[in-house]
Design a protein around this ligand. Structure first.
Ligand code: 26V
Length: 824
């Protein structure tokens, strides 16, 4: 089946092999005789990089020349994973590279496997940003990503004696995918004070003085689109000591030590990605990161706009800035500051430009994740910004007061400033007030923010400021790259790979659901993917798993709201049930492999305890010969993007079981279904829309509904007695009886349910969870039915492409048009 790609356009004498050999011999200065897999990787990457650069330059030239509205996606996280396979797919010529490498004695998969993941993100939010970049390039939108170039990405997880250990992820050496732009730098100010002065025209102005300066240096990463020449830019900022007068003087004065210390302090800003996901800690360094990156990006955006010599009023017609959560909210304040303090605009004129330019995406309703910065901290670090925030708040509250006279409660609820000790700046309020659109990431989530955390703002601004854009995933990485055989089988049936750029075409697969041969091929691909995972599990954990067993997977960040504890309690229940069975009964049991993976934030004790319990259960169950193949429990170390690419295609069932109303969307649910896995899930996030699309007969839903959560929680705390589910009580007895090692290690987990109000409703949902798993077993016994569900589900997943997502943002929030490269 012919692929998209551009191979036809390259002359035959410049095939990858020739180029990669040239790079190995000249760029890397290595002989082919001592070329190892790593050198083969570097040579291949450089060969493909050459192709990308040409189109990247062309794209940038054309976008500059055309000078139409651009999108700027500001995100503190871009969880890109590996780049080579993606570059091969988008440039074309992967087959030629495979042959060339084989000639040299390498398997292309092994060479691709040499690349270190670019892991500049925690989880869903960062990976979403990466999928959106892929779709923006594929759809030819003139778009830039802006982020931080962390020296250390998310830590590497090692499991030692069942405990998580964190190892630094130093990933920058020999990264062929980034281009340092030492000539593109921005001086960023911190601390100092504000001076008022009278300008020549008599106007009172403000200047920010005596600030410390840190330099931002741009590093660019090409983002190729698929089936197009568009190659967009991801600009990551790295911090460096500014080589100003100051340290020069120190140097000359012989104060070498302190000059070096200053340098290190500056470099610390972009040193490390904060590994918390959904937990705000209010650390000064994190605030520095945020401002450093916002200010550098804004300077860059404004500089580009000013080149076109347009009037400031045209800024929102040229620039759309999307805020990925509240992390970049200071960009709103920074633009206002530039416009009034440096460009001399009037407040109202400036503020009008600002609000028209920004859009804000909310990714969580968890109160502990909502960012707040203390006023004293801001006062010290960004004195001028704090003044502007107070002014924004003043004008905003005046408007609110007019609309809702005498409602002091309302004023204090919506104020940007929380009147606590110390006072706090509520970043979400600032983001809403400074943007023209606010969106959630799945229907339920977008409804929830309108009726709970942002309810007052709906009353103030009306419902039109709030909208929904349901998340998606890029089918290039999550179908074609991760599951090439499934992609090829689909292409064969559909007569081409057009579905990779129009995922709704998958619906044509439904015509083949009853096709016996097709079903067999479908099943064979799933088996092969499971076999590969089984081999990986054997290699990395030493445990043998039966590849014919039902593979039940939960991989995602470990968090109480995601309820891995519910899963492992369910596994223990299954273990106890099997142990109590007669030999005859055991014959009817569907063999299972329960697979877990995910990182806990280093300071999140409860999450670490969950990891510990999973590993202890794994040890006990897997070594229990009496249970054998009927149940195995696996914890996969260091779950990341490239492991997800191997794991998702190998699942029969995956778990998306958050307490209803807590998971904003979830995106791995989509990845699993798109690879033919079924899911067990709660009515939460995008599970609800997945159900609507694929049909409720094709998904295993269970548990409390979001609308009932609050009352149950209230009852747990204030009700007569708290009755724990009887089956769960047996699980707790086993834990307390030291079945999985010292029960004291896990007392926080059982106490959370029994004594601390079971906030996540583990006990309430336990029975329906277990019962639903029994239905899964029954369904799995009927192989043909199961396959029909699998195929039908994939066929109906067209909606969940980030291509659809990007078109929605472009139409309803950004108002930008695509621009094709290579066309006039
Ligand atoms: C928040 C914070 C708080 C401050 C410390 C560092 C930090 C780092 C990340 C976050 C983001 C939390 C929000 C988040 O990751 N949301 C996830 O977004 C996904 C994409 O929209 C969505 O699928 C998940 O359901 C949602 O949990």
């Amino acid at each position: 089946v012919p692929m998209f790609g551009r191979s036809v356009e390259f002359p035959a004498d410049s095939l990858p092999q020739k180029e990669l050999v040239r790079h190995i011999e000249t760029t890397l200065a290595r002989s082919l005789y001592n070329c190892d897999e790593n050198a083969a990787y570097s040579g291949t990457a450089l060969a493909f990089r050459d192709r990308l650069i040409i189109e990247w330059n062309k794209t940038q030239q054309r976008q500059t020349f055309n000078d139409q509205k651009r999108v700027y996606y500001l995100s503190l996280e871009f969880l890109m994973g590996r780049a080579l396979d993606n570059a091969m797919l988008n440039v074309g010529l992967k087959d030629a590279a495979r042959d060339g490498l084989k000639d040299l004695g390498f398997r292309i998969e092994d060479v691709i496997g040499q690349e270190h993941d670019a892991a500049l993100g925690n989880g869903g939010l960062g990976r979403l940003a990466a999928c959106l970049l892929d779709s923006m390039a594929t759809l030819n939108y003139p778009a830039w990503g802006y982020g931080l170039r962390y020296r250390y990405g998310i830590f590497k997880q090692e499991i030692v004696n069942g405990y998580q250990m964190e190892v630094p992820d130093y990933w920058l050496d020999n990264n062929p995918w980034e281009f340092p732009r030492h000539e593109i730098t921005v001086d960023i100010q911190f601390y100092g004070c504000v001076r008022k002065y009278q300008a020549e025209n008599g106007k009172i102005m403000h200047s920010w003085e005596d600030a410390e300066i840190v330099q931002a240096v741009a590093y660019d990463v090409p983002i190729p689109g698929y089936g197009t020449k568009t190659t967009n830019n991801l600009r990551l900022w790295s911090s460096k000591a500014s080589s100003g007068e100051f340290d020069f003087q120190k140097f000359n004065a012989g104060d070498y030590e302190s000059a070096v210390a200053d340098e290190q302090r500056a470099e610390t800003i972009s040193a490390v990605l904060y590994p918390n996901d959904n937990l705000e800690r209010g650390k000064e360094l994190r605030l520095k990161q945020q401002y450093f990156w916002c200010a550098a990006s804004l300077y860059d955006i404004v500089r580009r706009f000013k080149k076109s010599k347009r009037a400031w009023s045209e800024f929102p017609d040229q620039v759309a800035i999307q805020l990925n959560d509240t992390h970049p909210t200071l960009a709103i304040v920074e633009l206002q500051r530039i416009l009034i303090d440096t460009e001399g605009l009037e407040w109202d004129e400036a503020w009008n430009i600002v609000t028209k330019s920004f859009g804000y995406t909310n990714h969580t309703v968890l109160p502990e994740a909502l960012e707040k910065w203390s006023v004293p901290l801001l006062q010290n670090l960004l004195p001028r910004h704090l003044q502007i925030i107070y002014d924004v708040n003043l004008y905003f509250l005046q408007i609110v007061e007019k609309r809702f006279p005498n409602d002091r409660e309302m004023l204090s609820r919506v104020s940007i400033i929380e009147e606590s000790h110390p006072k706090m700046v509520r970043m979400a309020h600032l983001a809403i007030i400074g943007s023209h659109k606010v969106n959630g990431v799945a229907e339920l989530h977008s409804d929830l923010i309108k009726t709970t955390i942002f309810k007052d703002f709906v009353e103030i601004y009306g419902p039109d400021r709030f909208t929904n854009v349901t998340n998606g995933i890029t089918p290039r990485r999550w179908l074609h790259q991760a599951n090439p055989r499934l992609s090829a089988l689909i292409a064969e049936k559909l007569g081409g790979y057009e579905f990779l750029t129009d995922l709704t075409l998958l619906d044509k697969l439904e015509a083949f659901v009853d096709d016996k041969k097709f079903r067999t091929e479908w099943a064979e691909i799933k088996s092969a993917n499971k076999l590969r995972l089984a081999r990986y599990i054997k290699e990395t954990t030493g445990f043998s798993v039966n590849p014919d067993a039902l593979f039940d997977v939960q991989v995602k960040r470990i968090h109480e709201y995601k309820r891995q504890q519910l899963n492992i309690f369910g596994v223990i229940h299954r273990y106890l049930t099997i142990k109590a069975m007669s030999a005859e009964e055991r014959k009817k049991v569907v063999p299972r492999v329960s697979i877990f993976g995910g990182k806990a934030a280093p300071g999140y004790w409860m999450a670490k305890t969950v990891i510990h319990l999973i590993n202890k259960v794994s040890f006990v169950v897997n070594n229990d010969a009496d249970v054998g193949d009927l149940l195995k429990v696996i914890f996969i170390e260091d779950y990341n993007v490239s492991k997800a690419e191997m794991i998702c295609p190998a699942s029969d069932l995956s778990e998306h079981i958050s307490t209803a109303g807590t998971e904003a969307s979830g995106t791995s649910n989509m990845k699993f279904v798109l690879s033919g896995g079924l899911i067990i899930g709660t009515c939460d996030g995008a599970n609800i829309e997945i159900t609507r699309e694929i049909g409720e007969q094709n998904i295993f839903l269970f548990g409390t509904l979001a609308e009932d959560v609050e009352e149950l929680r209230h009852r747990h705390v204030y009700g007569q007695t708290f009755q724990i589910d009887s089956q769960l009580a047996k699980v707790f007895e086993a834990i307390k009886g030291n079945m999985f090692g010292d029960a004291g290690d896990f007392s926080a987990l059982t106490a959370s349910v029994e004594q601390h109000g079971d906030f996540y409703l583990v006990s309430d949902d336990f029975n329906s969870y277990v019962t639903t798993h029994e239905m899964v077993d029954e369904a799995f016994k009927n192989r043909e039915e199961w396959l029909a569900k699998s195929i039908t589900s994939v066929a109906r997943m067209g909606f969940f492409s980030t291509d659809r997502v990007i078109n929605e943002y472009a139409d309803s929030i950004w108002n930008v048009e695509p621009l094709e490269v290579g066309k006039d």
